[in-house]
Structure formats: structure tokens, C-alpha cells
Design a protein around this ligand. Structure first.
Ligand SMILES: [Zn+2]
Length: 269
């Protein structure tokens, strides 16, 4: 079993959210998690004062960590706006270059999942910004309907990783679907909206999920960790990610990027 690590970029700044409820929800969430005893007073304080820094992303910090750990991670970035992903495409373009300059792979964090013309616009905009010949995607909020895979394949995507299920990759038209197996929020929030688990429990659930993947003969175990949680404003999340990388290394797993996994799979067609 090889490991594919990825990061979804949902937000860049607080300012993007001046006209929606994100900042209010962010404050309420921090208070609820503090009242429930899931985070301490200093973490609550850091979360609140961070609003004034206007910085939500932690991309440089996460790239530094992944680079130091030699993790060939893939960053999924949005080039369209919708469902709380508000940053403008020119900002995304700037980050696409920076992430690629740092030697990481990059794909589309897809917003539209229903309309093939809109899906194609996102694909072509990303190709233009990145200069890549081919691209893969993960849908924002894993939104899919029964035609999404077909649309993605028709637009030229070479892989998608949005289906949350414990299965190996399967070929769909011209596209490889890599089911998603481990998502930070499903582990730490346990299906709710707030932090439910502390680190020890999150680790245990994750170990069980990795064992289940091995039992299911999953060849490529896929993981998503959101960069907004790689900060001392979300201590459990950051510690969980760092623990996960060290655990997977200790267990002797090899890491691979989506693009290279696609190359491996294509040689078998
Ligand atoms: Zn997202």
C-alpha cells in the first residue's frame, strides 16, 4: 500500500468572507469548542486574534513541513468561486506558481460538479494558469452527482479523488477515480461541525482506518489535510497531521503523488 497525501485549499484570507457568515461561524465554533473542553483558553485566544492578521491559509508552513519530510503532496486549489470558496482566481494563480515552484504537484479544487460547460471552464483556466498539460481534481465538499465523473473525464481530467469510500482506484472513461480514505475533518469532527475528538482518540480511529484499508487491499491510501488547520490555532489538527506522517513512515509505507500513481496505473492498461 502506497500513501497519497493531499491538501485542499478552501480559504486564503478572512477578508474574502466579509460578506458572508464565515467569520461569525468561525468565532462561534471556537467558543463552542472551548466551552466543550476540546480546546484550551490560549488556543481560543489565538484563533480570535488571528482574524486581525487576515491570514487563513498556512501554505508556506505546510510546504516547509512536507518538504522537510520528503512528502510528495498534491495541493488542490480553486479557480472558481462557490460554496464558501471565495478567493478570486488571480489569487489562486499566484499560489499555483508558488506551490509549483516549491516542487509540489497541484490540481483543481473543483467547484462546479453539475454543468459540463462550467467544469470545462475551470479545467481550462487551471491549465492556462499552471501551464500543465493534464490535471486532476478533487471536488470542494466532495460534491458529486451521477454524471460528475463522466463530465470530468469528458473535460480532460486524468484523475479525480472525491468519492469517500474504502475501495481501490478504478478507471472511468479516461479518468482514474482514487477514492478518498482519510479526511482530517471526518476524523476530528466525527461527522459533526465541531471538534469531537482529542488527539489520542483521533490517532486510534486513524490507525483503525489504515488497518481497514490494508485489509481491503487498497493499493493507494489517500489522505486529505486542509492547510487552514496547519497552525497553532488548531492544535489537535496540526498535531494529528504531524503524527500521521511519522506513523506512516514508521510503518514503512512509501509515499507517492497522484500524478505518479496515475502513471503507474496507466502502465497496466
Ligand atoms: Zn474544499
Amino acid at each position: 500500500m502506497k500513501i497519497i497525501i493531499s491538501h485542499d485549499i478552501d480559504h486564503l484570507s478572512f477578508r474574502e468572507h466579509l460578506s458572508d457568515l464565515f467569520i461569525l461561524k468561525y468565532i462561534v465554533r471556537a467558543k463552542i469548542e472551548w466551552l466543550a473542553g476540546k480546546i484550551g483558553l490560549s488556543e481560543l485566544y489565538r484563533r480570535l486574534i488571528r482574524i486581525f492578521s487576515n491570514k487563513l491559509q498556512n501554505l508556506d508552513e505546510l510546504m516547509d513541513f512536507d518538504k522537510a519530510q520528503s512528502i510528495p503532496s498534491t495541493f488542490f486549489i480553486g479557480v472558481n468561486q462557490g460554496k464558501g470558496l471565495n478567493y478570486p482566481a488571480p489569487e489562486a494563480e499566484k499560489w499555483i506558481r508558488r506551490i509549483m515552484d516549491n516542487g509540489f504537484e497541484i490540481g483543481v479544487h473543483g467547484v462546479n460538479y453539475e454543468n459540463i460547460n462550467e467544469i470545462r471552464k475551470e479545467y481550462e483556466r487551471f491549465i492556462r494558469y499552471s501551464g500543465k498539460k493534464k490535471a486532476g481534481t478533487r471536488m470542494h465538499y466532495l460534491r458529486m452527482d451521477k454524471h460528475t465523473c463522466e463530465h470530468l473525464s469528458d473535460c480532460g481530467y486524468i484523475y479525480d479523488s472525491s468519492l469517500y469510500e474504502m475501495k481501490p482506484p478504478h478507471f472511468y472513461g479516461t479518468l482514474w477515480e482514487f477514492p478518498l480514505h482519510i479526511m482530517d475533518s471526518y476524523i476530528i469532527e466525527a461527522g459533526g461541525y465541531f471538534q469531537k475528538r482529542k488527539l489520542a482518540e483521533a490517532r486510534e480511529v486513524t490507525r483503525q482506518r489504515i488497518s481497514l484499508a490494508a485489509e481491503n487491499k487498497v493499493e493507494y491510501l489517500t489522505v486529505v489535510f486542509h492547510d487552514i488547520y496547519y497552525a497553532d490555532t488548531f492544535i489537535t489538527w496540526k498535531q494529528w497531521y504531524e503524527w500521521l506522517i511519522s506513523y506512516l513512515k514508521k510503518e514503512g509505507f512509501e509515499f507517492i503523488s497522484y500524478d505518479n500513481a496515475v502513471k503507474e496505473l496507466n502502465t497496466r492498461l
